[in-house]
Design a binder for this molecule. Structure first.
Ligand code: MRU
Length: 367
């Protein structure tokens, strides 16, 4: 599906054919990054034009773009935009690089939990270090190309993960998922939803149960939108219905994404994931995490070291802008929780599936 001028540099024809136009999480055109405003979905499909790095940082902060891999890709393009902005200023070569690095610091501060954000910024930094003698124009072009590469690679990684993960999905499986780990949360295709997509492409007749995912409704708004667009059979449930579904033996497996995986396999994901893992354990239902290797943070020993983003209480005391709790009422609103590795049946990555992930198995997978 080719749209004039919207093809990202480096994006292959095949990748574009496999991507649905209305699922494009972001694209580059005329020296700007266009980000699909996910706050408006599924009612409206509008893109935000980011002409500079601070606009990208704002889009990550306000969750126009969200999902661990997607915010990393957006941040990488943010650095490319910073390189472009700096071209207009009368900078020495050192000042030029310092300006781009300041933009990276600003982008890194947007959301603390998903490691893919810093992973992508580090990769751009690595490009800068590896091209010490590049001219300003070469840096500007090089960073844009590197960001495009990260995006294209992410889609390929998701497809590989999809193939590996789909082997764990039986025919006619009823699958529960939480939040949105789909095309919208990545460069395209998705991690947890990528596994589901592949299983469907293989002809498996599966049914997806979607937790609505309070408070921001990534399940009800985004995962439901993706399933509808793809024509995948799915049913929306409230978050507090999940246990009942498992008790009724209506769920065969659970699959979710991840924002950061510690060296021992403890995994941070959307708040509510831990409760699902405990329920899955109680009901002997397989609980799978699908995540690229870039989500593994080997610098932290366990989930205790993962910083959990705390969000505005007003997201809990309101519902779609309507005040539901008494005005001024206290609310606690962590965006993520950590599921201990002991509750994870398997970790699905692009390099392979690790059953019962632990420190040793993860380290073997990485090196
Ligand atoms: O707060 P969000 O919407 O960015 O949270 C997203 C999630 O928790 C996803 O499950 C995770 O980032 C994996 S996305 C492939």
């Amino acid at each position: 599906m080719r749209r004039n001028g919207t093809l990202l540099e480096g994006l292959t024809e095949e990748t574009m054919i496999n991507k649905k136009e209305n699922m494009e999480t972001m694209f580059w055109r005329d020296a700007s990054l266009y980000i699909l405003d996910q706050r408006l979905l599924p009612q409206k499909k509008e893109y935000i034009a980011c002409h500079d790095a601070s606009a990208v940082a704002e889009a990550i902060c306000n969750m126009s773009v969200r999902g661990a891999p997607a915010i990393g890709i957006a941040a990488a393009f943010g650095m490319a935009l910073a390189a472009q902005e700096a071209m207009k200023m009368d900078f020495s070569p050192d000042q030029y690089r310092a300006y781009i690095r300041d933009a990276a610091d600003n982008l890194a501060r947007t959301r603390p939990t998903a490691v893919n954000l810093t992973w992508a910024l580090d990769r751009i930094e690595e490009w800068l270090r590896g091209n010490e003698n590049a001219s300003r124009k070469e840096i500007m072009d090089g960073l844009r190309k590197e960001a495009s590469k990260i995006l294209v690679e992410d889609i390929e990684i998701n497809r590989r993960m999809g193939k590996r993960g789909s082997e764990l999905v039986p025919e006619r499986a009823a699958i529960l998922t939480h939040c949105n780990a789909g095309a919208l949360a990545t460069g395209g295709y998705g991690t947890a939803l990528g596994v589901i997509r592949t299983a469907v492409e293989q002809g498996k007749k599966i049914h997806v149960y979607i937790d609505e995912t309070r408070p921001l409704l990534q399940g009800a708004r985004l995962t439901a939108f993706e399933m509808k667009e793809e024509g995948i059979a799915a049913t929306l449930i409230t978050d507090n219905c999940a246990g009942y579904m498992m008790l009724q033996q209506n769920i065969d497996l659970i699959i979710v994404g991840a924002d950061r995986i510690a060296a021992n396999g403890d995994t941070a994901n959307k708040i509510g994931t831990y409760s699902l893992a405990v329920l899955a354990d109680f009901h002997s239902i397989p609980f799978y995490i699908a995540a690229p290797l870039s989500t593994i943070d080997n610098t932290i020993e366990s989930g205790k070291d993962i910083v959990i983003e705390q969000r505005e209480p007003s997201e809990v005391t309101t519902f779609l802008g309507l005040q539901t709790a008494p005005k001024g009422f206290a609310a606690f609103n962590p965006a993520f929780d950590v599921t201990p590795a002991s509750l994870i049946t398997a970790l699905i990555t692009e390099r392979g599936v690790i059953n019962k992930p632990d420190r040793q198995k993860i380290s073997r997978l990485l090196y």
